[in-house]
Design a protein around this ligand. Structure first.
Ligand code: FCB
Length: 459
């Protein structure tokens, strides 16, 4: 037991999931279609043709999943609310059955002594809003605030921790520039407009959460630790562009009340003269937060490179004159992500150095790894690599705390194996195995390890 890192009293241990990845019941009880239903049902978009139609069937099995959380001993559970269950057409009529589902889940959690932490947007945009422009248009931010107000009015008194957006980088750039996430677009200005409107939506949602009197409001970013491939000036300049695209585009408006001063060198004419920003937006976006959520998985190594697209008019927002380089000499997970736990410490320490007292308390809202799990005949999985990953990242996190970074909680990704977006069910991040034929859940060794780590904190 002595080799577990020890965290301060009151530190929150949790586990995380997201609606489209686990719920299933895609057409039940009045849920409307989301962009991920459309995307996953489009041939060629998701590996193996997988969809979230059934997923882990959490919609019907949430009691069993809450029992797994109780047995695990977590303080908190982070889940997301499916906007198309609450407002099926994106605007207009509210679906009481959608609200009821989350009310039942929250009651079940509270009865088990687990604090709910709800994410309002983990990528399942109502398709009707995408049909009107999606995050490219400001109207979507306004609809998001209305949906937030409805949810907060119903659940605000029982859910202490609220996350407006999960990883807006993925929504804006994987969704509207790389095209690897729904809605699968490959655009320049459309993606930059999406990034801005997501931030506006966040600001409006924070106002709605405050009006409902919730205890804590924050946002979750997937901040990246970008490392130069070599010490050359060109590669170091490439890191600045990667940092701007991945990190500064979010942290500067959220924490410093300004747009990144490196945006011109990153986006050139794509960003100049843009018309989607309005006076007052920075004040809206930069409202004080009770916490910043950070999801962290791996470092990214970047090298200077030419534009992928020679014609400026056809450039996407992620064509920023750098290329990702494979990091040699370290283990890679089943996602082919390099495992370098020290970079987790470095990211947090650098963030504290850059923003100082403007940095709110942090919750690590996701961290974990997909591994090549090999189940035994009885379904158990001896996932030694995942245990090592979690142990080393929790140790790196503790080092950041010792260096003075105010981190209040850690949520493992994920409670269950689930629908890993464009990778479908082939990539398994769970500490609990899900057999997709029988939907049977079996805790892996990493579940037992995490349970022991949590228990050891309380001795
Ligand atoms: C994050 C997502 C989460 C999950 C993990 C592996 O980017 O927030 O839904 O897919 O990656």
């Amino acid at each position: 037991m002595t080799d577990f890192p020890r965290f301060p009293p009151g530190f929150v241990f949790g586990a995380a999931t997201a609606s489209y990845q686990i719920e299933g019941a895609a057409r039940e009880d009045g849920r409307g279609p989301s962009i991920w239903d459309t995307y996953s049902h489009t041939p060629g978009r998701v590996a193996n043709g997988d969809t979230g139609d059934t997923a882990c069937d959490h919609y019907h099995r949430y009691r069993e999943d809450v029992a797994l959380l109780r047995e695990l001993g977590v303080d908190s559970y982070r889940f997301s609310i499916a906007w198309p269950r609450i407002v099926p057409a994106g605007s207009g009529a509210v679906n009481p059955k959608g609200l009821d589902f989350y009310a039942r889940l929250v009651d079940e959690l509270l009865a088990a002594g687990i604090e709910p932490a709800a994410t309002l947007y983990h990528w399942d945009l109502p398709q009707a809003l995408e049909d009107r422009g999606g995050w490219r248009v400001r109207e979507t931010a306004e609809r998001f605030a209305e949906y937030t107000a409805v949810v907060a009015e119903h659940l605000g008194d029982r859910v202490p921790r609220w996350i407006t957006l999960n990883e807006p980088w993925c929504s804006a750039f994987l969704g509207y520039s790389v095209g690897r996430h729904a809605p699968g677009a490959r655009e320049g200005r459309g993606a930059l407009a999406a990034a801005h409107h997501l931030l506006v939506g966040h600001g409006l949602a924070v106002q709605a959460l405050r009006a409902a009197g919730v205890r804590e409001a924050g946002i979750t970013l997937n901040l990246d630790r970008n490392l130069p491939a070599t010490g050359s000036a060109a590669d170091r300049a490439a890191v600045v562009r990667a940092d701007t695209q991945h990190n500064l585009v979010w942290t500067e408006p959220l924490l410093a009340g300004r747009y990144p001063d490196t945006e011109e060198e990153t986006w050139g004419e794509l960003i100049s003269g843009q018309d989607f920003r309005r006076d007052g937006d920075l004040a809206l976006i930069g409202q004080p937060l009770d916490f910043l959520g950070i999801n962290y998985y791996r470092p990214i190594v970047v090298a200077d490179a030419p534009h992928r697209e020679a014609d400026p008019a056809r450039r996407t927002a992620t064509d920023n004159r750098y290329a990702e380089v494979r990091l040699e000499g370290v283990r890679h997970t089943a996602m082919e992500w390099p495992v370098v736990p020290d970079t987790f410490t470095d990211l947090l320490v650098a963030l504290k150095k850059r923003y100082g007292d403007a940095l709110p308390p942090i919750h690590i809202t996701e961290n974990g790894s997909a591994e090549h799990d090999e189940p035994s005949a009885d379904g158990t999985v001896h996932d030694r690599d995942r245990v090592a990953y979690l142990r080393d990242h929790l140790t790196a996190l503790k080092t950041a705390l010792d260096a003075g970074v105010d981190v209040r909680g850690y949520y493992v990704w994920s409670l269950l194996d689930n629908f890993e977006w464009a990778f479908g069910y082939g990539k398994r991040f769970g500490i609990v195995r899900v057999d997709y034929d029988t939907l049977r859940r079996t805790p892996k060794d990493s579940y037992h390890w995490y349970r022991a780590l949590i228990a050891a904190q309380r001795q």
